[in-house]
Design a protein around this ligand. Structure first.
Ligand code: FAD
Length: 420
């Protein structure tokens, strides 16, 4: 007979938003189970080579802290593990970010989940959902031995790609008005780099153009970021890119192969044409391609570019977003930014994390309900921590009382140290 588990809140996905949801729900008194298909927690933060945590502070001049709660506990735990695991910096673009080392984040997330009695299964994929009317009853999971069922009162989709919502038959969204999503990028790391040299987007452009002139193929993007890891001779390069057209096995394989092959051509170009990289060596690709935008939840409220640009506040606000729209729409160009005033944040209303048609389903992180330009701001990790925290608390309160409202969610989030 198939094994069965029972939880108050089931969280699908253990990225920054899923972990935040699990800890938030557990601190609100719920019995939680998080299911993650990778071997470790952190999602794109640990799986896709991303090295900077954005939107803990508002972007631009006079930065103000806008995310605390679970995110702050994670940063404190990383500091406890190693003072060198995080570093608060002002980026080349003038934003107050936290550069971090993903390997420490993996351990910190394990520690915090355990400390908060938040149970989780790794190496476990959610493959099916049982739905009755407008309510999810249970999910089917698969590990390397068998299938099992998890029954829960409420569900948080923290899969980044709205995979749970999709399997549940809940309404989802894809892309902008043309149905196009932002580029996905496969970062890679180089060691043996002289990081005192200029590696700005224009220096990248010079090296890539020289590589193209020398006949090196497959260099799709000429401008892009190189993130220097201070105190080391290591950099993260964010260039090999592709525009996702779906999430099926064929398309996922095409995207991984295409961007992975690009990485080696960029290494060749940089070793030959980027001052400071003559002796560089490739240490890691990915491990996995990073998706900026794929499927999103259709929610009760859609966050709009206007909300983000006007730094709109809401009495229903359950999280604060400090970033500005950072739009990666072209394979050849660097990101474009829509400007916002410094020291300012916008509120994310409760409706953005509530499914429009599935009563006990919440979404969190990069897949919350937002239009394309708004999601280009709300997808960064600081904000993912914040919306995850809110989704976990909301799911816990709904599971306990059968209903929920923004006032009680806000009260509990404040009790747990969130900034709202
Ligand atoms: C190239 C790139 C650069 C970026 N740079 C930055 C940056 O500098 N700063 C910043 O703050 N943000 C950056 N971001 C954005 C940020 O990293 C992500 O938006 C954020 O980490 C998403 O968090 P999440 O929890 O919503 O989803 P994810 O991190 O994607 O986590 C989702 C998790 O769900 C799991 N999952 C999915 N389906 C299933 C299933 N069926 N069963 C079980 N588990 C499942 C996945 O394995 C994954 O671990 C960048 C993104 C990319 C792609």
């Amino acid at each position: 007979m198939q094994t069965e588990y029972f939880a108050d809140v089931l969280i699908a996905g253990g990225g920054t938003s899923g972990v935040s949801a699990a800890i938030g729900a557990s601190q609100a008194g719920a019995n939680v189970l998080l299911v993650e298909r990778s071997a470790y927690l952190g999602g794109e933060g640990t799986n896709a080579g991303v090295g900077a945590l954005c939107a803990v502070y508002t972007c631009g001049e006079n930065p103000v802290k806008c995310v605390a709660g679970v995110c702050e506990s994670v940063l404190e735990e990383m500091q406890r593990l190693s003072p060198a695991s995080t570093e608060t910096i002002i980026s080349a673009a003038g934003n107050k970010n936290i550069n971090f080392k993903p390997e420490y984040m993996k351990v910190a997330l394990d520690n915090l989940m355990d400390r908060n009695n938040a149970k989780y299964f790794l190496h476990t994929n959610i493959i099916d959902v049982k739905r009755t009317g407008n309510v999810i009853e249970s999910v089917t999971c698969i590990d390397d031995e068998s299938r099992f069922t998890v029954h829960a009162k409420t569900f948080v989709d923290a899969t980044g790609d709205a995979n749970l919502a999709h399997m549940a038959g809940a309404k989802t969204l894809w892309g902008d008005e043309r149905g196009q999503v932002m580029t996905a990028t496969l970062p890679f790391r180089l060691c043996g780099v002289d990081i005192t040299k200029d590696m700005s987007p224009s220096a990248v452009e010079r090296a890539v153009k020289a590589g193209k002139d020398a006949g090196i193929p497959n260099l799709t993007r000429e401008r892009g970021f190189i993130l220097k890891i201070s105190g080391s001779q290591e950099v993260i390069v964010l260039l090999p890119s592709v525009i996702p057209e779906g999430l099926n096995a064929e398309e996922l394989t095409r995207m991984e192969k295409f961007t992975r092959s690009q990485a080696l051509y960029y290494v060749d170009a940089f070793k030959r044409f980027m001052p400071g990289m003559e002796n560089a060596e490739l240490t890691m690709i990915g491990p996995s391609i990073g998706f900026r935008e794929t499927r999103r939840l259709a929610g009760k409220y859609m966050l709009t570019a206007e909300d983000v640009l006007n730094r709109r506040k809401s009495p229903e606000g359950i999280a604060r977003g400090g970033w500005k729209p950072e739009i990666h729409s072209s394979l050849n160009e660097a990101a474009t930014y829509l400007d916002v005033p410094g020291a300012s944040y916008y509120d994310i209303p409760l409706g953005c994390i509530q499914s429009v048609d599935t009563e006990n389903l919440y979404g969190s992180g990069r897949m919350i309900c937002a239009d394309s330009q708004a999601m280009a701001a709300s997808r960064v990790m600081g904000t993912c921590f914040a919306t995850g925290h809110a989704a976990g608390v909301a799911a816990a309160l709904q599971g306990e009382t059968g209903h929920t409202d923004s006032e009680s969610i806000r009260r509990e989030l404040i009790r747990q140290g969130a900034l709202i």
